[in-house]
Ligand binder design. Sequence first.
Ligand code: RTP
Ligand code: MG
Length: 157
Amino acid sequence: EIDFFFPKQQTLAIIKPDSMDEHREEILGEIRAGGFSISRLKETVLSRDTAEEFYREHRDKPFFSQLVDFMCSGPCMLLVLTKENAVEEWRSMMGPTDPGLAQVTAPGSLRARFALDILHNSLHGSSNQEHAQEKIHFLFGDIITSDRDLTSNGELD
Ligand code: RTP
Ligand code: MG
C-alpha cells in the first residue's frame, strides 16, 4: 500500500480577504491542478478574537494590529488541503511572504501573481505539521477523519 511509504499530510490554507473577489476561482483551480484534495472548506468572516488567536505567534510584531485588521476586513476561505508533503508543497506554491521578493525568486508562485504587498499577500499556509493540526482544529473544531475530496462532488458550487 503506497500510502504507507508516502503518507498523506494535511495543511491549512487560507485565501485572505484581498484575493477573495478577483482571484479565488483561479487559486482554487491551481490547488486542484497541483494535486491537492480539498478535504474541508469554509467561507467565513473571521472575528477579531479569532484572527488574534490564529496569529498569536506574531502578537509582539509591529504589524500585528494591521494584520488582524486585514484578516477581519472581509470574507476568507479556509481550506484543509491533503496531499503527500502538503505542508511544504503548499508553502512552495504560495511563494515568499513578500510578493516583491516572490516576483524575483518565484515568479510562478501564487503570491508573485496575485498578492498586493507584504501584508495583503493573498494566502496563508501552515509552516509545519504541528501548526497545521493545531490551526485546523482551532478553525474547524473537530478532527479530520476523511480525505474525501470536496472538489469532486459539486460542494464547491
Ligand atoms: P502566513 O503565516 O500568513 O502563511 O504568512 P508567512 O508565514 O509567509 O509570513 P509570517 O511571517 O508568518 O507573517 C504572517 C502574515 O503577516 C503579514 N505580514 N506583514 N508588514 C509586514 O512586514 C508583514 N510581515 C508579515 C503577512 O500577511 C504575513 O503573511
Ligand atoms: Mg506564517
